[in-house]
Design a protein around this ligand. Structure first.
Ligand code: SF4
Length: 128
């Protein structure tokens, strides 16, 4: 193995942007030069670059629901992905929230969580 090839890091994963599910081969070379192979469209390359440099995920959880006759908890999620290494902190903040009925899908239950520029929204409507 040459010194040059030892400085490469190759990662393989499946693109989850659409149902096609292309297998992406990502090579990170010396100087952080990133090459993506296997993508059938530019979205796959963008996804691969994000996964390698700043992986992000949507956070999902539930909050306490007050005043409902039928539900005790309300499912919620972030309206944008958050850095993967902050998901645990975001879920901890979500767990502190209590919401009163009525609540509709898309209602913001927590604004700008941890200053990340991301809101937490309801994923279910509960009228009473
Ligand atoms: S690379 Fe493009 S076509 Fe392939 S799974 Fe990703 S988004 Fe779909």
């Amino acid at each position: 193995m040459s010194a040059k090839s030892a400085q490469k890091k190759i990662t393989e994963f499946t693109c989850i942007v659409c149902p096609v599910g292309c297998t992406l081969n990502v090579t990170v070379e010396e100087g952080n030069n990133i090459k993506v192979l296997g993508n059938k469209c530019p979205k796959g390359a963008e996804y691969a670059l994000r996964e390698v440099t700043n992986p992000q995920r949507y956070a999902q959880s539930t909050v306490v629901l007050l005043g409902s006759k039928t539900e005790r908890r309300l499912p919620v999620k972030t309206d944008k992905p958050v850095p993967k290494d902050r998901i645990f902190d975001v879920v901890k903040e979500i767990r502190k929230v209590k919401v009163n009925v009525p609540v509709k899908v898309g209602d913001v239950v927590l604004e700008d969580v941890l200053g990340l520029g991301v809101n937490v929204v309801a994923t279910r409507t509960v009228e009473e």
